[in-house]
Write a protein that binds this ligand. Sequence first.
Ligand SMILES: Cc1cc2nc3c(=O)[nH]c(=O)nc-3n(C[C@H](O)[C@H](O)[C@H](O)COP(=O)(O)O)c2cc1C
Length: 333
Amino acid sequence: MDRRLSVAPMMGWTDRHERVFLRGLTRHTLLYTEMLTTGAVIHGDRERLLGFSPLEHPLALQLGGSEPQALAEAARIGAAWGYDEINLNCGCPSPRVQSGRFGACLMAEPGLVADCVRAMREAVPAHVPVTVKCRIGIDDQDPEEALRSFLDAVAAAGPAAFIVHARKAWLEGLSPKENREVPPLDHALVRAVKAERPDLVLVLNGGLGDLGAAMAAAEGLDGAMIGRAAYQTPYCLAEADARVFGATTPVPGRADAVRAYLPYVAERLEGGAPLNALTRHLLGLYHGCPGGRLWRRALTEGAQRPGAGLGVLTEALTRVEEARARAGLPSAA
Ligand SMILES: Cc1cc2nc3c(=O)[nH]c(=O)nc-3n(C[C@H](O)[C@H](O)[C@H](O)COP(=O)(O)O)c2cc1C
């Protein structure tokens, strides 16, 4: 599994539609699902929760849970469903997750996490890696100590990689959103741990604002994971295949990414998906460049029109590309 670049699991954002859209920008970046709890995977509507398009590979399923047997069962289901990796969430600070004693509170229970990883690995075929996404500590833990002891204890269970969101989670007093912004980032700590423990496969996450930042941050590590920037400004991934993975395919333009997405949109609309669910992930495509406002408006207003269909997207694209041509911008820019 090539982990040099990945897009973070983001609940409400990285759904199957968004992931197909991102594939129009990058073929090789590893994508993650939103977190799914073991209960949902085991008892829920699997087609709705786990279904994905073959276009989305390489694709990792992120699980939330803390019971080794339930995680093993959910991992087995995920691997059978065709996911390329199964990831355990040890970083989510939401109160809902804390009441289930999983997510970031697992940072305080490395022994249990090791048991979970062991059970998950035994449940999936050897070619499906099991990985862990964690923080550098929680609450009053000292990250210098907490991260090292967490990684050492869990590494004994043989996960294929750790993705470290390089800030603490404060489980009391901060909202999940604040927990992605307020606790300070400490990339240097992750780097130091990698230097001491070169055998650990460590991917850095947190605050990487674009591809250049991710590539610089991955230096000396095994990869970088981009979260919010990949969603809010997805075009930052357009050069990933060329610059990170050495692909020789041409860098797609914004319009190319939309056109590549159109057949999928048509198919999902046919299947009854609402247009807005398919277009909302595209709003940031022209972010910060000429046509950006026009694009957002055309998509949001268009998607509200009664009977709105594929034409909203093709019309928005035509209008934006015409405006950009008038401003002298090449369509592939
Ligand atoms: C809307 C949103 C939802 C998220 N949901 C998850 C999740 O389901 N699982 C997870 O491990 N992290 C989740 N995260 C955290 C991200 O995966 C990532 O660790 C965090 O945003 C830091 O990376 P960034 O600074 O590049 O955004 C979420 C983040 C956002 C913004």
